[in-house]
Design a protein around this ligand. Structure first.
Ligand SMILES: Cc1cc2nc3c(=O)[nH]c(=O)nc-3n(C[C@H](O)[C@H](O)[C@H](O)COP(=O)(O)O)c2cc1C
Length: 216
């Protein structure tokens, strides 16, 4: 439909989806199978995302194989052990108790890659990282769509990208942007788990906004 207009109901619905989107970790995934058609749908909406110069620089590796998941889970374990040492005392204890991935529990994992273009890309000259930012827009589309399908999605970033590239046999120029765990859930939490566990608090929006520049 040309010039499609949305209703107030649509607007409230989108806000509601955003409000209830959650990062889902291994403590919440169920073993209910996720159909290939659902994964196709998530990738279709990913490909609707905006991209610098309409470069569409994303590629997806869909992983259902337990052996591959185990290799990625091992990579997470190594990186997570190192990450823990960044924090001290109580914070380190709290960190150690967090569940920060659902690689093996989630029926499907998707690795999302940035594939740089061989040609100059319109708009990706002064700020070269715009290609990767475009891929992040695609991930957010997947996250919101999966929530409307009542399917959980968790982003795992505590991974060595080169190790994951090796595991997945990715071409050298490809860059890992996101590693996603996807599956049906026991429950969607009302609030970010890190907020409930008092790891961090949501910032008030007024503290984020500056008018006509930052104060000198
Ligand atoms: C770029 C990015 C990387 C993230 N990496 C991890 C991760 O490695 N492990 C994890 O448990 N959560 C990860 N998260 C999820 C955040 O912890 C989560 O989004 C945040 O705590 C807010 O919770 P919510 O998504 O449920 O609203 C990541 C989120 C983003 C956007």
């Amino acid at each position: 439909m040309p010039n499609k207009q949305f209703t107030l109901e649509d607007q409230l619905m989108l806000q509601d989806i955003m409000q209830h989107r959650r990062d889902v970790r291994g403590n919440n995934f169920t073993q209910q199978a996720v159909a290939d058609s659902v994964i196709d749908q998530l990738i279709q909406v990913a490909a609707l995302a905006p991209s610098v110069g309409f470069s569409q620089p994303w590629e997806f590796v869909v992983i259902r194989d337990d052996k591959t998941k185990q290799q990625v889970a091992d990579c997470f374990a190594d990186e997570n052990a190192k990450a823990q040492t960044l924090f001290s005392n109580e914070k380190q204890k709290q960190y150690a108790a967090l569940k920060l991935e659902g690689i093996k529990e989630a029926p499907v994992n998707i690795a999302v890659f940035y594939k740089p273009s061989d040609e100059p890309v319109l708009g990706q000259n002064s700020m070269i990282e715009m290609g990767e930012y475009s891929v992040v827009c695609a991930v957010q589309n997947m996250w919101l769509m999966s929530r409307t399908l009542n399917i959980g999605l968790g982003w795992v970033s505590i991974l060595n990208p080169d190790t994951v590239k090796n595991i997945l046999n990715a071409p050298s120029e490809h860059k890992l942007v996101a590693y996603l765990c996807i599956g049906y859930v026991e429950q969607f939490l009302d609030k970010p788990e890190l907020e409930t566990l008092k790891w961090a608090e949501r910032k008030p929006t007024q503290s984020l906004v500056h008018h006509n520049g930052f104060k000198a």
